[in-house]
Design a binder for this molecule. Structure first.
Ligand code: DC
Length: 235
């Protein structure tokens, strides 16, 4: 049996609670939390701001070469990770629905995926990581020891997103958020490269009717039982 990486992957569609769940699992396990969506959001924001044509390969490659992306750990259990682009803190500005849509669009571009996948593998190379995103169990860390796929009804996901935005002081319309959620799902599931899908050996958890705390408990249970991804005999 090949040696499994000491990594927990949590994939799933937008608004399903991956960030909250991943942060809590990481804290309980003493692992580092890797928010790969924040990386796509940051790159999307940067490219949008400098106004590069993302379909112009040369211009895009040049822009990506000039990008320095740093991730800082979340300060509290509920705060987001810090994201710095070329020295500028963009942690808050990348969290709005527009930035999410831009991220979804740029995430279909191969050269962007290659760059971020390479960075993610580097960040996870020492193990002890809970990584969340869309392609983490399938593409980024296919050899991860524990893999999970979270899902929930789109309306419930939109409802949670609205609550989350309200907690940040941003008032949004639930129907609008639902429409954006469905559009992002479609983009992320139907793109040619690294689409959102459940890894074959991932455990699926539907959180429509359970709390995120229950999701965390199930994940920790599966991890301690050695399930979700093949159990590994070597340390
Ligand atoms: O998880 P999030 O909502 O912050 O992600 C924003 C977008 O980034 C998402 O719509 C698709 C893209 N993404 C991706 O393609 N692959 C990942 N591993 C993480 C995010």
């Amino acid at each position: 049996m090949s040696k499994k990486q000491n990594i927990i992957t949590i994939d799933g569609p937008s608004g399903v609670g991956k960030s909250t769940v991943s942060r809590r699992v990481a804290k309980k396990m003493g692992y580092t939390y890797l928010d790969t969506g924040a990386m796509y959001r940051a790159v999307g924001f940067y490219l949008d701001r400098i106004g590069v044509d993302i379909h112009n390969f040369d211009a895009l490659s040049l822009s990506l070469a000039g990008l320095r992306l740093e991730l800082l750990p979340a300060v509290t259990e509920i705060s987001d990770v810090g994201v710095i682009i070329n020295g500028e803190d963009v942690s808050d500005i990348i969290r709005n629905p527009e930035a999410a849509m831009v991220a979804s669009r740029v995430s279909a571009i191969p050269v962007i995926r290659e760059k971020l996948t390479e960075m993610q593998r580097f960040l996870g190379s020492r193990g002890g990581v809970v990584a969340e995103g869309r392609d983490i169990g399938t593409v980024v860390f296919p050899g991860a020891r524990h893999k999970f796929f979270l899902d929930a009804d789109p309306r419930e996901r939109a409802r949670r997103r609205v609550i989350q935005m309200r907690e940040r002081g941003v008032e949004v319309d639930e129907e609008e958020i639902l429409a954006i959620t469905l559009e992002r799902d479609k983009n992320d599931r139907e793109r040619d490269i690294a689409p959102l899908r459940q890894a074959e050996n991932a455990v699926k958890i539907d959180s429509t009717n359970i709390t995120l705390e229950e999701v965390v408990i199930r994940i920790l249970q599966k991890v301690s039982e050695g399930e979700a991804g093949q159990p590994c005999l070597s340390p």
